[in-house]
Design a protein around this ligand. Sequence first.
Ligand SMILES: CN(C)c1cccc(CNc2ccc(C(N)=O)cn2)c1
Length: 246
Amino acid sequence: MRIDVVTLFPDLVNCVAGCGITGRAVERGLLALHCWNPRDYTEDRHRTVDDRPYGGGPGMVMKVEPLRRAVHDARGAAQVPATVVNLSPQGRRLDQAGVRHLASRPRLILIAGRYEGIDERLVELEVDEEWSIGDYILSGGELAAMVVIDACARLLPGALGDEDSAEQDSFTDGLLDCPHYTRPEVIEGLAVPQVLLGGHHGEIERWRRKQALGRTWERRPDLLEKLELSEADERLLEEYRREHAP
Ligand SMILES: CN(C)c1cccc(CNc2ccc(C(N)=O)cn2)c1
């Protein structure tokens, strides 16, 4: 998968290429990451990438031309046609289904805006999809782009060894995750649930599923609404509710 990012801060975005699972995906050639800086596409002495908003108001707006030239060069850098994505608070809320959608694209060009955002005509001329990582304002789209890069990289075949938990990642099956424990067995009088020490895989599997269902019910009932639970899951959740009824 190839991801190009149009950003005024390539050093920030390139951090994902340097460490962890995303770094390994780049190393393994699973993910190619390239940054394009609109400032390199300015023609004036001051390398101007922003200007004051028409209609007045606070802040600055990113100009069309430098962005458009950067997107144009990004497109031309590879044969494969790209999906151009603008990261903005106006975008569709990103969830795991959205990540699967984006990770299924052969190429993405992510636009990381700064200031009060980008001139709407760039969106009309070049952008295919707008995505938001949440209902809050960041100083720029770079962190949102890095979230997209990380979440997509984890889904690329070979990015995670079996030592990683992508398969059991919560949200993969629409539920929250079960609790996790590791050594020592007791800390400050808090012991690991006995079932996990018994080595009975069927019991452990059952306990984990019950915890995932119960925690989703307690913390994110909205996620549960979206799911069609199996008979077995309904029974497990009922058991959890009985044990944890307030
Ligand atoms: C209208 N406006 C302020 C704006 C418009 C475009 C980009 C930016 C850059 N900042 C971002 C980007 C994304 C997100 C997100 N939630 O995904 C939050 N902040 C701001």
